[in-house]
Structures are given as C-alpha cells and as structure tokens.
Design a binder for this molecule. Structure first.
Ligand SMILES: CC(C)(COP(=O)(O)OP(=O)(O)OC[C@H]1O[C@@H](n2cnc3c(N)ncnc32)[C@H](O)[C@@H]1OP(=O)(O)O)[C@@H](O)C(=O)NCCC(=O)NCCS
Length: 202
C-alpha cells in the first residue's frame, strides 16, 4: 500500500514536472526543426529582418548591419537566459534557416505566455508558420503547463490574424495606438488561446 502511494506520487510529480531551463529543448515537426539560435544564424537573421515585408507589422525598421542582427540574436537568447521564455530558430530538416518563433513573458502564477513567430519571406504561404506554432503551443501546454497563450498583432496584419485563427485563437480586444512605428501609432489586436479551447472542452 505504502509502496503504491509512493509510486503514484512519483508518477504524479513526473507528470507535473514543469520545464526548468536546464537545457534548451530541440523540437521537430514533420518538415521543420526548432532549435536554439547560435552566432552562426547572424547572417540569416540579417537577411530575414532586413526584409521590409517581414517587419512591416513589427515595431522596427528593416535592419541593415551585422551589429543589428547580433542585437536580435541577443534579444532572442535573452528569454532563455532570464528563464522567462524561449525563442527557437526554425530550420528545414537540412538546416536551412526559415525563421524564428517563441513563447515569451511566461507568467508562472497565472500560467500564461505570449507567442510570436516570423517566417523568412521566401517561405511564406507554405504552412511553416502554422506548423512551427502548433509545435510550440503543444510545448506550452505540456512542458510549461500553460493555461493560456496570447498573441498581439498590429491591426492590418491579416496574414498573422488568419494563422492565429486557424490555430484556434480568439480575438479578445484592441489596444488602441499601442505601437509607434515610423512616427505613426498603430492599434494592436490581442488574441488568446485557452487550453480548454484547444481541447474543445471550455
Ligand atoms: C505571419 C507569418 C508567421 C505566417 O507564416 P506563413 O508560414 O506564411 O503562414 P502559413 O503558410 O502557415 O499560413 C498562411 C495562411 O495565411 C493565408 N494568407 C496569406 N495571405 C493572407 C492575407 N493577406 N490575408 C489573410 N490570409 C492570408 C494563407 O492562405 C494561409 O492560410 P491557409 O493555410 O488557410 O491557406 C509570416 O507571414 C510572417 O513571418 N510575417 C511577418 C512577421 C509577423 O508579422 N509576425 C507576426 C507577429 S507575431
């Protein structure tokens, strides 16, 4: 009896083990690898965030220098270092860089985090954004024990809105004039996905 309780307790603890940042997790999907970003990604980042289409709805201007790309790399690594999120580099199975995505601003008290994703322009429309985000969402439920994942996108970013809605996110509200870009304010749309939305049992 005591042994059984002990085994059950250990099993419960194992099942409830929350991701603890002891290692950077590599994830695989049917077509993609999601892995830690490294200094080798800097040239790909420069090309990626140097593209005006990619940054059109992000509060930044296209980057132009290796130094700026390095700043991005540092920003992306910063979540893991601060233990409040993860930003993966996304590659095809052969290692070719196709973007980045992550879960940020992990709130451990209320079990939520924010998702973000950018796919390199030449690869848009091939389902990579959805494929990568689906895998990250699963990671959020299973490893981080999240109850809610949120996303904020600039008004007019129809492509992102469509992808989020396909993943089950619901539009929850508008933060008016939340972003300042190029001297102009833009509204931000807030989207949310609950674990029970995902499991279809809210
Ligand atoms: C948003 C983004 C990640 C989507 O990645 P992607 O790999 O192109 O997305 P997918 O191919 O998985 O899906 C694109 C979907 O949008 C649809 N779509 C394409 N253009 C669209 C538009 N203008 N309006 C609405 N839907 C559009 C496609 O038909 C496809 O839907 P489908 O699967 O029903 O056919 C990518 O466009 C991107 O990196 N944008 C720039 C960065 C950004 O704005 N990120 C959002 C902030 S977090």
């Amino acid at each position: 009896m005591v042994e059984q309780i002990t085994l059950n307790t250990i099993e419960a603890i194992m099942n409830y083990r929350v991701f603890d940042f002891t290692h950077f997790p590599t994830l695989a999907t049917e077509r993609l690898m999601l892995r830690e970003m490294t200094p080798d990604d800097v040239n790909a980042l420069l090309k990626h965030f140097g593209n005006p289409e990619v940054v059109k709805f992000i509060a930044m201007q296209p980057i132009k220098t290796i130094e700026q790309a390095n700043e991005w790399l540092k920003w992306m690594g910063g979540f893991f270092a601060a233990k409040d999120g993860l930003r993966w580099g996304i590659t095809q199975q052969d290692g070719n860089f196709v973007g980045s995505a992550g879960l940020h601003r992990w709130n451990r008290e209320a079990h939520y985090a924010q998702i973000g994703c950018d796919i390199a322009y030449p690869y848009w429309g091939q389902g990579y954004g959805q494929e990568a985000m689906r895998q990250i969402i699963e990671f959020g439920w299973e490893q981080m024990k999240l109850n809610r994942i949120e996303a904020d996108i600039v008004k007019g970013n129809q492509r992102s809105a469509h992808v989020l809605e396909k993943l089950g996110f619901k539009k929850e509200g508008v933060l008016r004039q939340r972003i300042l870009k190029g001297g102009k304010y833009y509204d931000v749309h807030i989207y949310g996905l609950l674990l029970c939305d995902y499991q279809d049992n809210c």
